[in-house]
Design a protein. Structure first.
Length: 128
């Protein structure tokens, strides 16, 4: 089934951009909110583990403090990435996190709910 792209934006108040960046890019920080275990190999190859199921990804884009993209290393290379973008909102100065991901039309709502749950955990870890 074909996957469709979706974007979600989360407002993270006065969260530190450096702290957020660390949570989005460092294996030990990603383990605090994103995956059960995260292993880093060769500076750009990651293994994300959930419930003993491992998925490999390569960090293919890394604009420090602003934008990171992880490509899943799967046979189907089309629409198999997720990315995080950080920016400040012009009106309030709050930090915002934009997530781009892909899901089938049948799984999209569940995927969005999962991101909401994970970002709630991220906020708790950051104390916001």
């Amino acid at each position: 089934m074909e996957k469709e792209r979706y974007n979600i934006e989360f407002v993270l108040g006065n969260a530190s951009q450096r702290s957020l960046w660390r949570m989005l890019t460092e294996p030990t920080a990603l383990e605090e909110w994103f995956a059960d275990k995260v292993l880093l190999h060769d500076k750009t190859l990651f293994t994300f583990i959930w419930d003993k199921k491992a998925l490999n990804a390569e960090r293919v884009m890394n604009k420090s403090l602003f934008h990171v993209r992880y490509n899943w290393l799967l046979e189907d290379k089309i629409n198999n990435y997720f990315e995080f973008k950080l920016h400040k909102l012009d009106l309030t100065g709050d930090m915002a996190l934009e997530i781009t991901d892909f899901a089938s039309s049948l799984d999209k709502e569940d995927a969005i709910q999962l991101w909401h749950s994970q970002i709630d955990q991220l906020k708790r870890r950051l104390g916001i």
